[in-house]
Ligand binder design. Structure first.
Ligand code: FEC
Length: 311
């Protein structure tokens, strides 16, 4: 057996090329192919931001490498990092297979998203846990790390920096609003007592306090276009209200995400930015965490803590 502890780093996944969008979208829709209109609409969004390069793949690769380096620094030779993606190759199951092929017997799973929902992190973990059981690997889940002090420190710095930039753009003395946001989910998550909303509010209030921001609000983004109701208000509606109330600028802090990808580069940088222009207000977005050493240490600390608890 391999004495190393496997670390399955999981992320949403993105198509490998423009040709792969249909397969990816079908996977997201649990095997139901999108209509030609839906496919064209998603392809247009990717076209607008990526031009053939899908940044989430590169970003996830770099974060996985960064975590391996942070773990090697903390505990040399103890951990081996593997990747598993939710909706693209290498799938979560492929990551577990790779660990099994290397003889790994104990593993920890962590998702590149700080907040827990049964519909997000919970579904990644369910797939990983099932596959690990099949492969005879003892698997420990990390549910969330949304209040880790190093994560908070990294976000506080980003909010402070972006706030200063926004002040410069609007001129001093203007009313400015900080809008924390995350991916919306269907309203039915409330019926099962899902912690997602509360965790997001907790991160927002701790970061706002650390950055000395009092005028802030939490709002949702990127809701699906299905018939069932999704959590709101949506950031575009919130921006409209804020502008009507006399604010001259908004600071977008998409704290539910950890790197630049479609939901940030399109939904915030293109769509929300265009809305801001129309409303006559400034919009500045915080830098995403990417491979910020504080984020890599957040992940590494969480892995070490899970290891101590489980093995
Ligand atoms: O850059 C990229 O290529 C991928 C960007 C991307 C990220 C992401 C994160 C989350 N999602 C979450 C929930 C849902 C639910 C549905 C859903 C649908 C999509 C579609 C695309 C997409 N998501 Fe996503 N998501 C990303 C991309 N997501 C594309 C399909 C088209 C569309 O609706 O816009 C609805 C599924 C259904 O129809 O049944 C629900 C959550 C996250 C944040 C946590 C995480 O990263 O896992 C929650 C990045």
């Amino acid at each position: 057996a391999n004495p190393k502890i496997g670390v399955l780093v999981m992320s949403y996944g993105t198509p490998e090329s423009m040709d792969g969008i249909e397969e990816y979208y079908t996977h997201i829709r649990r095997g139901h192919a999108p209509t030609p209109e839906q496919l064209a609409e998603l392809t247009a969004r990717y076209d607008a931001v990526v031009g053939g390069v899908f940044p989430l793949r590169e970003n996830t690769n770099r974060q996985a490498e960064g975590l391996q380096a942070a773990l090697d620094a903390a505990a040399p030779g103890r951990y081996a990092v593997y990747q598993g993606l939710k909706h693209a190759r290498p799938y979560i199951e492929d990551g577990v297979d790779a660990m099994a092929a290397d003889g790994v017997k104990r593993a920890v799973g962590i998702v590149l998203a700080p907040h827990f929902s049964t519909m997000s992190v919970g579904s990644y973990m369910k797939r990983a846990q099932e596959k690990a059981e099949e492969a005879g690997i003892a698997f420990q889940e990390i549910e969330s790390y949304h209040l880790h002090p190093k994560l908070i420190e990294a976000l506080v710095k980003r909010v402070k920096d972006a706030y200063a930039e926004l002040e410069q753009k609007t001129g001093s003395g203007q009313q400015l609003k900080v809008l924390f946001s995350a991916h919306s989910l269907p309203v039915r998550i409330r019926e099962i007592g899902d912690p997602y909303e509360q965790q997001l509010l907790d991160t927002s209030s701790v970061v706002a306090e650390g950055a000395g921001v009092t005028d802030w609000q939490f709002t949702w983004q990127s809701a699906g276009r299905t018939r069932e109701p999704w959590l709101g208000p949506d950031i575009l509606d919130t921006m409209k209200e804020v502008a009507e109330a006399g604010y001259k600028g908004v600071l977008s802090a998409p704290i539910g995400f950890v790197s630049e990808h479609l939901e940030v580069l399109y939904d915030i940088d293109i769509e929300a930015q265009a809305a801001a222009k129309e409303l006559g207000i400034e919009l500045v977005r915080i830098d995403m965490l990417g491979t910020d050493p504080l984020y890599m240490e957040t992940l590494a600390d969480s892995v070490e803590q899970a290891t101590r608890t489980a093995f």
